[in-house]
Write a protein that binds this ligand. Sequence first.
Ligand code: MLT
Ligand code: MN
Ligand code: ZN
Length: 300
Amino acid sequence: MQLQVLGTAAGGGIPQWNCACPGCAGARARPHLRRRHASLAVRAAEGRWYLVNATPDLGDQVEDCPALHPGPAARQTPLAGVVLTDAELDHTLGIARLREADDLQIVATAPVRGALLDQLRLGAVLAPYTTVRWRDLTPDPQPLDAEAESDLEISAVPLSAKRPRYAVGTGPDADTWVVALRLHDRTNHTTAVYAPALGVWPDALQEAVDEADCVIIDGTFWDEDEPIRTGISQRTATGMGHLPIDGPDGTARRLAPLAARCLYTHLNNTNPLVDPEAPQHKQLAEWNLEVAADKTVIEL
Ligand code: MLT
Ligand code: MN
Ligand code: ZN
């Protein structure tokens, strides 16, 4: 299995266009600290790749990842489709950037598809540009790429009914609004779990990470009070749909005992971990946990 991390920032990115917080200011001054919106490229078969989530940075993310470059024919692309873990804007705004595609395959759960069609009206908006083909993302494993007989299987681990703000009060009350994506390579029996939005820790997720070789997971906030302390929100981390890393209900204490390699992604610009000098990195290393970097390549 081959995964390429295309971005590791939460909504807004680092730097965020309207933000002068230390994390954003630091990234403006030192461009190597910039982080693009959280996304992953997954190799399905020779010359066929899927994006996990389509961010506002999608165009730059493709250009920075040679495996995703088009060719040799003029409009031949290795990008075969997009898998969505949720309907949040930072994970879906990039879909419109793929309108130049001959056709566009989107793999999503039913509530996520409903939000994109009914609230964002993406079906009507994209219809004049390209043909969108929808595929259901379900807890039952299916080949990532049916056409290329991919040995990589995907399945959804249902997480919660947390809707994006634009879809509050709409759609079904289902725990598939936000899912973790489980990727299983049937050739060498490796498994990865990608969960960039994680507000609860259900038993099914524990089972999935227990048997995973690699876990790439929501690291939006370091601790529960970070959004309030830094003045970006009146809500706690968990209240915003993101379990914090540290603390009694934090994800670190769940991840530290695992055999899997564990990396945090979807870092908010307020997270102290965006500063490489922050003391929190020492704590993370003691737990044997990592922060994913943009352009990290993971081979399993
Ligand atoms: C989130 O992760 O909570 C959302 O993406 C926030 C946002 O960008 O609106
Ligand atoms: Mn987000
Ligand atoms: Zn900021």
